[in-house]
Design a binder for this molecule. Sequence first.
Ligand SMILES: [Zn+2]
Length: 198
Amino acid sequence: MGRESIKAPAVFLDRDGTIIFDRNYLSSPKRVKLYSFSAQSINRLRTAGFKIIIVTNQSGISKGMFTEEDLIKVNEKLLSLLKAEGAKIDFIYYCPHSDFDNCCCRKPRPGMALRGVKDFDIDLKKSYAVGDSVRDYLFGFNMGGKGILVLTGHGRKQQSTITYEKIKPFAVCKTLKQASDFIIKDIVKTTVFIKSVF
Ligand SMILES: [Zn+2]
């Protein structure tokens, strides 16, 4: 019996407005506040077999509004708050650039997902991206997976701009809680479909 390496699916989660309250250019750990449903939603996804990776655009660094050290402190605070509620994150990738830097890691470009593939052997086709911005669901599409828009943070405003986008979100969910429920149902459906093909 050969041992095949089974690639893990991942859920790529946006940070601000998705897991924590959006503060414009958050630079202080003191201002990190989790949504009430975040830890539980992350745990449910993890139990369902997903790697949990945070991917966050942080153009405030490129614009000189805060430093990478500030960002790392904010991320550490986030991880400790989640840990206190029993939830674990596999990794946090961030893009420090702005649109003017023309990098390959700023969402909606898929650079941070491709890093995840290298570091964690992720199956992007079975993966999801969740966030409160058009950039976030487009990131999910661009990585070859599925993108979900949540209506927390900037989500409601962003939703009104979808009309003008060629690519629509795979789903729109009220919060990360509904998104995690949706993903767990969707992955079961997808698996059943694959089985029925053989
Ligand atoms: Zn970048």
